[in-house]
Design a protein around this ligand. Structure first.
Ligand code: GTP
Ligand code: MG
Length: 506
């Protein structure tokens, strides 16, 4: 095994860089306003043994109202999942809401209603965010808690927007959002002091970028937001300052800044440089694209629709049978298919497939789906289980070998055998223990070090054995990057990122 090459891969994500986009099968048309991927109670608590979070009524209802739209023979568009990330109050929900408004999904009357509601809550400027922030707690506090979900289309692409929370208490929800995404929009506030707070240690800008990279978000659009703010006033100097500070950091997080990252200035609140390019009278120096154009053009790796079927389950509910939700990471699924729910090896049959609220006959990789199953009760499914092909089921293990990069340990903590943390891998949240450190890798030469390793510090690369109490379904990173990369967190902080390098043989 070439550890050196593997580590480079983990950092540079070369596994995801070899191809272009996926025109896909299922097709949408109806647009639905936001709904929520509810991952409540996930503030780093392992909830595997408890019931997974409930899905809001709105979602269950949505599944009912839809009609099959896949037989109209409409032109196929590719589908991309885009997660909005960045520090608290950077303007993620505002920008997401503005996108929906500009793409004609929210009418003026609704906006006026939100303006009034926001004013009544003394949060005048938050009305655009209300499009994405749909629950009362979020509106009162002005903070996203759950990942908001919405759909819109450009010329070439159907997008699912996942609006992640920026607050540090809700990083687990952000992880869940990012793990469903193909690309990310990193929102940075250009307002005086706000970029600084978000970017310094403790700010979520850095943590979100590192998590997004590890979770397989292949490309980033960095939108420098609030350019209209009076402390910014579309200043080129401010924009350049942010770009020049962010670039080296993005590079050190594993993004190829030339190929995988694009910066652009916007005002999410006013909607400038979003659907159409910013007027020269406002911003004479910007010659690049607007946000919709940039999203339209972004290219992502081709996924294999013929691979063995894998869909990690994020949630489930009862609705004329058992409905599971998740994103297809590999392969395709069609009505009538026989599948396995892993790790409990339950044989199930696919009764119906819903994609973006529409019933479809088949769906391919990258799609966020709801699948109605027969042959299993919803009580027998936990989030973190994986819907899997029968011929080639996903491995179920209680131990694996991994390569880790230690980011930042808690003060005075040492990383050694016996270290306990919370493992986040695809839709799994599970307590784990490092049972053995096998080898340290020299970060400079990237070669394995000869000396036996007993403990490591921040920044170290280390190969170790990781154990979990309950059986979980994971893959080797080399085989399925999305199902083989993970983060370790302790006390609400991400302390390491890693990838699965080996699984015990069955
Ligand atoms: P969290 O969900 O808590 O992480 O925040 P967020 O990133 O979703 O930010 P949100 O959209 O809630 O906006 C936070 C505040 O910034 C609100 O008062 C917005 O009106 C303001 N804001 C967002 N975008 C802009 C912008 O382009 N210009 C100005 N001037 N203010 C903005
Ligand atoms: Mg928000």
């Amino acid at each position: 095994m070439d550890i050196e090459a593997e580590i480079r891969e983990l950092q540079l994500d070369s596994a995801d860089n070899n191809g272009v986009i996926n025109p896909e099968d299922a097709k949408p048309e109806e647009v639905e306003m936001t709904d929520k991927v509810e991952v409540e109670g996930m503030k780093d608590e392992v909830h595997r043994n408890s019931q997974p979070a409930k899905v809001k009524d709105k979602e269950a209802a949505a599944v009912e109202d839809v009609e099959a739209l896949d037989e109209k023979g409409k032109e196929k568009k590719r589908h991309l999942n885009v997660v909005f990330i960045g520090h608290v109050d950077a303007g993620k929900s505002t920008t997401g809401g503005q996108i929906l408004f500009l793409s004609g999904q929210v009418d003026d009357r609704t906006i006026q209603k939100y303006e009034k509601e926001a004013k009544d809550k003394s949060r005048e400027s938050w009305y655009m965010a209300y499009i994405m922030d749909t629950n009362e707690e979020e509106r009162v506090k002005g903070k996203t808690v759950e990942v908001g979900r919405a759909h819109f289309e450009t010329e070439t692409t159907r997008f699912t927007i996942l609006d992640a929370p920026g607050h540090k208490s809700y990083v687990p929800n952000m992880i869940s959002g990012a793990s469903q995404a193909d690309i990310g929009v990193l929102v940075i506030s250009a307002r005086k002091g706000e970029f600084e707070t978000g970017y310094e240690r403790g700010g979520q800008t850095r943590e979100h970028v590192q998590l997004a990279k590890t979770l397989g978000v292949a490309k980033l659009l960095v939108v420098v937001n609030k350019m209209d703010d009076h402390t910014v006033n579309w200043s080129k100097e401010r924009y350049d300052e942010i770009e020049s500070k962010m670039s080296p950091f993005l590079k050190s997080s594993g993004y190829n800044v030339k190929k995988d990252v694009q910066f652009l200035p916007i005002s999410g609140l006013i909607g400038t440089n979003m659907k159409t390019r910013v007027d020269k009278s406002i911003c004479p120096w910007w010659n690049g694209p607007c946000l919709f154009e940039a999203l339209d053009r972004i290219e992502v790796p081709l996924r294999d629709p013929k691979g063995p079927f894998r869909m990690p389950i994020i949630d489930k509910f009862k609705d004329m049978g058992t409905v599971v939700m998740g994103k297809v990471e590999s392969g395709s699924v069609c009505e009538g298919d026989s599948l396995l729910v892993m790790p409990n090896k339950a044989q199930v049959k696919v009764v119906a497939v819903y994609c973006d609220e529409n019933k479809v006959r088949c769906a391919g990789p990258g799609e966020n789906l709801r699948i109605r199953l027969s042959g299993i009760e919803d009580e027998d499914i936990l989030s973190g289980f994986v819907l899997s092909s029968v011929a080639k089921p996903i491995p179920a293990v209680t131990e694996f070998t991994a390569q880790l990069q230690i980011l930042e340990l808690l003060e005075n903590a040492i990383f050694t055998a016996g270290y306990k943390a919370v493992l986040h891998i695809h839709s799994i949240v599970e307590e784990c223990e490092i049972v053995e450190l096998l080898q340290q890798i020299d970060p400079k030469t990237r070669k394995p070090m000869k000396k036996k390793v007993l403990f490591v510090k921040n920044g170290a690369f280390v190969v170790c054995r990781v154990q979990v109490e309950n059986t979980i379904c994971v893959e080797k990173f080399a085989d399925f990057p999305q199902l083989g990369r993970f983060t370790l967190r302790t006390e609400g902080k991400t302390i390491a990122v890693g990838k699965v390098t080996d699984l015990p043989s069955a």
